[in-house]
Design a protein around this ligand. Sequence first.
Ligand code: F6P
Ligand code: MN
Length: 441
Amino acid sequence: MAGVPASLSGQDVGSFAYLTVKDRIPQILTKVIDTLHRHKSEFFEKHGEEGVEAEKKAISLLSKLRNELQTDKPIIPLVEKFVDTDIWNQYLEYQQSLINESDGKSRWFYSPWLFVECYMYRRIHEAIIQSPPINYFDVFKESKEQNFYESQESIIALCTHLQKLIKAIEDLDENQLKDEFFKLLQISLWGNKCDLSLSAGEGSSQKTDVVNSLEDLKPFILVNDVEHLWSLLRNCKKTREKASVISVYIVLDNSGFELVTDLILANFLLSSKLATEVHFYGKMIPWFVSDTTVHDFNWLIEQVKHANHKWMSKCGADWEDYIKMGKWVYHDHIFWTLPHEYCAMPQVAPDLYAELQKAHLILFKGDLNYRKLTGDRKWEFSVPFHQALNGFHPAPLCAIRTLKAEVQVGLQPGQGEQLMASEPSWWTTGKYGIFQYNGPL
Ligand SMILES: O=P(O)(O)OC[C@H]1O[C@](O)(CO)[C@@H](O)[C@@H]1O
Ligand SMILES: [Mn+2]
């Protein structure tokens, strides 16, 4: 692509991309294999010998995949028919076409990191769907559920905070309402620390009291465009005709604690009338360990509803009602688990792009969404976000992410260089966060 920098890639020895391809991805694969092993008796109980055979088959496919990766074998086409197989294989050909004759085939370390990391999760899915009757099995389900259970105390604190806030919401003046909005946005931002792929599937639950930590965490917000979000939604609310809609779209990231923070924010948007509808986008297949699928979404709401805590179960019951009333709508689309950067959406998934154009505001949660928004490229730190989006402007949007990959744009001159000098791992540990807005001001 002309005019854009090179992609991050595992060929840069010592980079975070390199370490991910070399260490983290194989570790995740090993964990997946182990998970299948541990479910052997469950497969036997459900499906008899056929279940055990299927488990063996999935494990052998995954071991083969791990070997391909560790020996930097060529990236091979997908074989099992699924809704996105052809698109994936076309993309593989496209990646191949970018490589010179002399450089040979697309390989794990040599190709763009975003592409190979997405490909790895898609191959895990392929191994599962090639192994009926266990082709329904979500290899990451256990760890997503564990993250939810281990974050119970923080979830109770958040639900209680929200219910108290809602009780008093009519009495809040504009400034107070704005402060509460900012608080819940920050909670949703820091909720993104809890993804499970950075920790290679090891626990990453929320145990501290987030609401009371917000002030201490403020210095770690490197780009903070929340005022723009407030102005945008407040203006929508003020100028709204009686029956008209204000819709906020949330492109979800991780299930478990992060999803709770997103639902709390979505609940506040309705209660404050800053939005009248919230649309959620999740993943169609298990993805990057902790990402939300429709099963995770429904499971989590069910759990919150049946919790043995007054305010938590109230939240769950309200959330179920919002879904029944159509005020909350869950969608999925295969595009979110393709390897493409978002500037390709109008060509690859024009229907989705047209849907997103209807939003008043789109919130993109998490690091992977940021990588896809910016194309996962070696941008200079001070390049404007608008430029890095490379033509992807469906509606006003905001990226809300903690930094876990070596890509960051829109910083003040010198800001990135200074961080680099004082703290070289600043952009990969999840310690820093951003609210980065693009849209009319
Ligand atoms: O859940 P998130 O915030 O998208 O984070 C997933 C992140 O995990 C990693 O894949 C680690 O491999 C990041 O580089 C990636 O972007
Ligand atoms: Mn994720």
